[in-house]
Design a protein around this ligand. Structure first.
Ligand code: BDR
Ligand code: CA
Length: 331
């Protein structure tokens, strides 16, 4: 029993209305496919992260075309709020989506700026989920510009953070890349601040996403779906996994951790996850800890009230079956 709700009592809305905020990115591309299959995608917003903004926006357009997604794409922030821009080419290659020969986009970007789009859409339609799978710059800016927006959401389900790091010993990439924006988002759900929202903040951090790895057999299973999308994704998976295996000690990883789709599945299939309700803050200035998500695990009565559902475990076989189902739907 966690925070008054058992896991089985967490029921997903049949087709949640979502905005996916992303920096594609191999795993962001899969998050897009999964969201397109299981959600009503109201829009896709892009942010600089894995690669510069022009590239992540280009990649979002490419994936939208490949799956024929009928949702606008809005370009967002080209740099973090305060930190210097830093990208993840060591994992995703220079293009952000290295490993497949992808077609050029044939559709256009929507003109409206991502921040304006997020604010206007959330004001017009109560009960949306924001699903950020990149640095939180766009969401932090939207919450700063329009503090009422957080109150209108069903919640934010993000990929980021964890009890260990990947881009530093203590920080995960999405939080490390823009800790100031991440702090705005986590603080916005602190229940001790009067007026803060009742909505949910769900964190798919490295503790859970490292349980969801690509394996050679999962890559083959994807490739065998055939068509255009599945073999392209298999090529992306090969590149992504090779980068992970090269960066880790031998045997440490079977392949890449497929992080980002878990932030979508946490909304659409919450029963696949175990979670702990915790108070989480973001370290913005530590010499060795900037970008760390500090999770209060103390058993003391003085522990602060939880602002976040920290995902701790996933049924990875069931989650991958859902990825396969989503990819097959666009094949
Ligand atoms: C996160 O960083 C990026 O490399 C991935 O797309 C994911 O969102 C994992 O740390
Ligand atoms: Ca990402």
């Amino acid at each position: 029993m966690l925070g008054g709700m058992t896991n089985s009592e967490l029921v997903a809305p049949s087709r949640p209305r979502v905005i996916l905020d992303c920096d594609p990115g191999h795993d962001d591309a899969v998050a897009l496919v999964v969201a397109a299959h299981f959600c009503d995608v109201q829009g896709v917003t892009t942010v600089a992260g894995n690669a510069p903004l022009e590239q992540t926006t280009h990649n979002a357009l490419v994936i939208r075309d490949l799956i024929g997604l009928d949702a606008p794409i809005h370009r967002g922030s080209d740099r973090p709020l305060v930190a210097a821009p830093r990208h993840a080419s060591s994992i995703h290659g220079k293009s952000g989506l290295d490993g497949a020969d992808l077609p050029a986009p044939t559709t256009e970007l929507d003109g409206v700026d991502a921040i304006e789009f997020i604010v206007e859409t959330c004001r017009a339609d109560e009960g949306l989920w924001l699903i950020p799978t990149g640095p939180l710059t766009n969401i932090g800016r939207a919450f700063k510009m329009a503090p009422d927006v957080a109150n209108r959401l069903a919640g934010v389900s993000l990929m980021g953070g964890g009890s260990f790091g990947n881009f530093s010993a203590s920080a995960e990439f999405n939080i490390w890349a823009d800790p100031d924006a991440a702090a705005i988002v986590f603080d916005a759900f602190d229940p001790s601040t009067p007026g803060n929202p009742d909505g949910r903040l769900v964190m798919a951090g490295l503790d859970v996403t490292h349980q969801f790895q690509l394996t050679p057999s999962r890559i083959e299973r994807t490739r065998k779906l055939g068509g255009t999308l599945a073999p392209a994704l298999a090529g992306l998976f090969e590149f992504f996994s090779a980068a992970y295996i090269e960066r880790h000690h031998p045997g440490a990883m079977q392949g890449a951790a497929l992080h980002d789709p878990l932030a979508v599945l946490a909304v659409t299939h919450p029963e696949l996850f175990e979670r702990e309700h915790r108070h989480v803050v973001v370290e913005t200035r530590g010499e060795h800890t900037a970008g760390m998500t500090v999770i209060d695990e103390r058993l003391l009565r003085e522990r602060s009230a939880p602002n976040c559902e920290v995902l701790t475990a996933v049924d990875d076989a069931a989650a991958f079956a859902l990825v396969v189902e989503a990819v097959a739907a666009f094949t």
